[in-house]
Design a protein around this ligand. Structure first.
Ligand SMILES: [Zn+2]
Length: 107
C-alpha cells in the first residue's frame, strides 16, 4: 500500500521560493511581468500595429494618445524605425541652430 508507506515517511523540507525574473512588458506600458507581456497586452500591441497598418492612427498618434513606450513597441513590432517626438523636436532645434550659424557666416 503506497499510501500507508507515504504516511510513515517524514515530510519533505520546503524549498525556498525562487523569484521569477521580472521583465518590462513588451507592449511598452511600463509594467513589469514575469513573461514577455502582462496578460492581454500582447493583444493590445497587436491592436496598435493593426491600427497603424490600416491607417486609422499613426505612430505619432499612438505616442500622443498612449505614450512613447507604446509607440516604440509598435514600431519595433512592425519592424520600422521610430524617433520619439521629443527627440525630433531636439533635432529640429539643432538644425535651427546650425541654420542660424550658417546665416551668420554668410552675412
Ligand atoms: Zn503592457
Amino acid at each position: 500500500m503506497a499510501s500507508s508507506i507515504a504516511r510513515r515517511l517524514p515530510s519533505l523540507p520546503s524549498l525556498p521560493k525562487i523569484k521569477a525574473a521580472v521583465n518590462p512588458c513588451q507592449c511598452g506600458c511600463g509594467a513589469v511581468c514575469t513573461n514577455r507581456f502582462k496578460p492581454g497586452h500582447d493583444a493590445k500591441l497587436a491592436g496598435y500595429v493593426r491600427r497603424v497598418q490600416v491607417g486609422v492612427v499613426t505612430l505619432e498618434g499612438i505616442e500622443e494618445i498612449l505614450g512613447v513606450g507604446q509607440a516604440l513597441a509598435t514600431a519595433h513590432a512592425m519592424g520600422v524605425d521610430y524617433t520619439p517626438l521629443a527627440e525630433r523636436e531636439d533635432e529640429d532645434a539643432d538644425e535651427m541652430e546650425f541654420a542660424e550659424e550658417d546665416a551668420e557666416k554668410l552675412a
